[in-house]
Design a protein around this ligand. Structure first.
Ligand SMILES: *Cc1c(COP(=O)(O)O)cnc(C)c1O
Length: 754
């Protein structure tokens, strides 16, 4: 401690009492950089390159201090000088390099790779404004650029650069690096590429900009609006910049370490995170051929080195690019892709697995499966659906390539960092082993009948709810009741995730309360979700929830029992406040549609009970905790898949038959809602629910209602038993550590060196 104080004082060049938070922050940034640098280990054997369009890493200062073992010392040192860690954290902008679960998974994986002392780097892009910053204006989502780069960001500019040819013109991709420190482990890097010429002054109104000016706009935003040609082309430009610079870096590093490239497999394992980085396959082949390796051998090498993770069965999310786009942006790659397509056609007559289809669309996932040695799904159910239906044709060609790796989360961020009080309590019960070996949490099972333990656990939950209430007050000026049940649905806004089902439930409750049918306990329904800027219905759902929230707030009869809170700009920082405060975790996607989910795991680990469908990793959570410790409802994935296959779902019939459904759906355009909201938005959503309801909200409505009412009643009637079941959930969360996931990837796919 004294030593740390001396170091910090030296870095700040004055007494800590006299320093601003800015100065302390900068000093700590240097301290962390220096400590991280000490843990860089030379690589021997195979090294992982995890390529991903997104890394949703969250703020780094506290997390890095925890991983370096410095957090407690720094905290006490600051407190001794009248400074608070919480205020210090406010200085740091959250890196805007991701969008949702896929990007967060990549971040958790980098933490676990470094923690397990494995050599492995991330490769991605340095977006200047990331996704977008979400504000609510007139009860609608509004998007503004999320400028996060500046003197407080962690990316170090390097002198390394690579030439990348886009539409026949050369650009220079510069490498930036962020150190990734493992928990009591080694330091790896997140490598991010960018062009020096990118210039945010070309952003016009909101987040719109001239999409054709590649040199200035290439890395401004993650997932530029792809509703027009220019936007779609821009996505391909971005993807190729990432994979071409990444592939050149990989080959250069491996060559420097002694590879003759014929033996690339002994030096590199490349994991392709979803289809955005798929062009790394033809790019690596192209580069190897340019170095004199024959095409057939290059294909063999690349297939052995690369592996692919599938994240979705939503058809619209599996990228297919028109051939003329690729001809324009990456003419150097098309001959390679055409040869790969010809190879596939020579192997199988099944046209459904072709890379280039009869409509001249290039299927990125098809290229991934044919020309990597491993295709994995991200939860047991998801992998079974891939094998059995969605990718069945591929599974029959290559059964040996398919495998499951159930997602996980890093406990360092999602327990140690976000819930220090719970962490300390767990440590007092079972010791510190769970921080590195998550299965240790099982030892908590010994305390499920210990009333003192349960009371303390309930008190910690209450503290976290008060902290969330306090944060809501200071950021959005919203007052919530910490004695109500906090049910939280936070995730990207998407119809398959079914925020609209929650919406219909809340309308139903509004009627019930007005009719004097009171619930077991007051309910605070908390939402956090961004909608893609061009996703109309998703934005309509946000509008409907905000309008309903206002309707209820203005009704003293109902607002005693029910409150809706929509948290603005949901991101990792918000998640860290929300998750420890949650009683009931809403995981209500349409069965078969959520590949895994990782939010569900974070909530469970922090002692929430899950209200969910048998979808994604909810299935494995239910198996782990047992039916009595989870609220499962809704149709099974088999039923849902059958309904899609037969094409016989008719929302209108459900609406006509069921008066509760009708009442709730009609309310969307009733006078209460229209007094505050927009008829265009609310009417469109209502129409969508009656005419289409593609994600089958209505068939699950009654089951959802029954289970949720049951949860509210249980919470009110027997709080101690609720807490006991929360403890069971925590004790079973060990399986969902990303350390377990990464160990499986390494044993089955990567076989990394040390
Ligand atoms: C974990 C996380 C997600 C993923 O949530 P799901 O419920 O699995 O979709 C999305 N956004 C943020 C900020 C997260 O931390």
């Amino acid at each position: 401690m004294a030593e740390l104080e001396t170091t910090l004082t030296e870095l700040c060049k004055k007494d800590l009492n006299m320093c601003t938070y800015e100065e302390i922050y900068t000093a700590l940034l240097h301290l962390v950089e220096a400590e991280s640098a000490k843990r860089v280990v030379p690589v021997s054997g195979r090294k992982l390159y995890y390529i991903s369009a997104e890394f949703l890493i969250g703020k780094l200062l506290s997390n890095n201090l925890i991983n370096l073992g410095l957090y407690d010392q720094v905290k006490s040192c600051l407190e001794a000088h009248g400074k608070s860690m919480a205020e210090l954290e406010e200085i740091e902008p959250e890196p805007s390099l991701g969008n949702g679960g896929l990007g967060r998974l990549a971040a958790c994986f980098l933490d676990s790779v470094a923690t397990l002392n494995l050599p492995g780097d991330g490769i991605g892009l340095r977006y200047h404004c990331g996704l977008f910053h979400q504000n609510f204006t007139s009860l609608l989502q509004d998007e503004t650029p999320d400028y996060w780069l500046g003197s407080h960001d962690w990316a170090e500019k390097t002198d390394t650069s690579y030439t990348v040819s886009l539409a026949g013109k050369d650009y220079t991709a510069r490498l930036y690096r962020i150190a990734v420190t493992g928990y009591e482990g080694r330091t790896n890097y997140l490598n991010l590429f960018d062009l020096d010429s990118v210039d945010s002054s070309c952003i016009e109104e909101g987040i719109s900009f001239d999409k054709s000016d590649i040199a200035r706009n290439l890395t401004l935003f993650l997932y530029p609006d792809d509703s027009d040609d220019a936007g779609r082309l821009l996505r391909i430009y971005q993807q190729y910049l990432m994979v071409s610079a990444g592939a050149q870096m990989i080959l250069e590093e491996c060559t420097q370490r002694g590879s003759n490239l014929h033996d690339l497999y002994d030096y590199a394992a490349v994991q392709i995170n979803d289809t955005h980085p798929s062009m790394v396959i033809p790019e690596l082949i192209r580069l190897l051929c340019a170095k004199g390796i024959a095409f057939e051998e290059a294909v063999e090498i690349v297939t052995k080195v690369c592996a692919y993770t599938n994240h979705t069965i939503l058809a619209e999310a599996l990228e297919k690019w028109p051939r003329h786009y690729l001809n324009k942006v990456v003419p150097q790659l098309m001959p390679v892709i055409e040869k790969l397509d010809a190879l596939v056609r020579s192997k199988t007559a099944d046209k459904s697995t072709a890379i280039i289809d009869d409509n001249d669309l290039v299927h990125m996932a098809h290229m991934d499966i044919h020309f990597t040695h491993s295709t994995n799904g991200v939860a047991a159910l998801h992998t079974e659906i891939l094998k059995g239906s969605e990718l069945n044709h591929f599974y029959r060609l290559y059964p040996e390539k398919f495998n499951n790796k159930t997602n996980g989360i890093t406990f360092r961020r999602w327990l140690l960092k976000c819930n220090p009080e719970l962490t300390a309590f767990i440590e007092s019960l079972i010791g510190p082993g769970f921080k590195k070996d998550a299965s240790d949490l099982e030892k908590l099972a010994a305390f499920t009948e210990d009333e003192n333990v349960l009371r303390r656990l309930a008190a910690i939950k209450q503290d976290n709810k008060k902290a969330l209430a306090h944060w809501l007050k200071s950021t959005q000026n919203i007052t919530v009741n910490p004695d109500s049940l906090f049910a939280i649905q936070s995730k990207r806004l998407h119809e398959y995730k079914r925020q609209q089902l929650n919406l219909l439930y809340l309308i139903h409750q509004y009627f019930e309360i007005k009719a004097g049918h009171l619930p077991g306990t007051p309910l605070t329904a908390v939402f956090g979700a961004k909608a893609a800027p061009a996703y109309t219905i998703a934005k309509d759902i946000i509008h409907a929830l905000l309008v309903l929230s206002a309707v209820i707030a203005d009704d003293p009869e109902v607002s005693k029992w029910l409150q809706i809170v929509f948290i603005e700009n949901y991101n990792v920082t918000a998640a860290e406040k929300m998750i420890p405060a949650c009683d009931l975790s809403e995981q209500i996607s349409l069965a078969s549609k959520e590949a895994s989910g990782t939010g569900n795991m974070k909530f469970m680990l922090n002692g929430a009970l899950t209200l969910g469908t048998m979808d994604g990793a909810n299935v494995e959570i239910a198996e782990a905790v047992g039916q009595e410790n989870i609220y499962i409802f809704g149709e099974s994935s088999a039923q849902v898949i059958r309904r899609y296959r037969h094409g016989d779902y008719c929302a209108r019939e459900w609406y006509d038959i069921d008066s509760n459904i009708r009442r709730a759906v009609n309310f969307l355009t009733g006078s209460e809602m229209l007094a505050r909201g927009s008829r265009d938005h609310l009417g469109r959503l209502q129409n969508e629910l009656i005419q289409k309801d593609w994600f089958q909200t209505l068939p699950d409505f009654n089951a959802y209602l029954v289970r949720k009412s049951q949860a509210l009643a249980d919470y009110a009637l027997n709080p101690l038993d609720w807490t006991r079941r929360a403890l069971v959930n925590i004790s079973k969360a060990g399986f969902f550590s990303s350390d377990r996931t990464i160990a499986e990837y390494n044993n089955d796919i990567w076989h990394l060196g040390i």
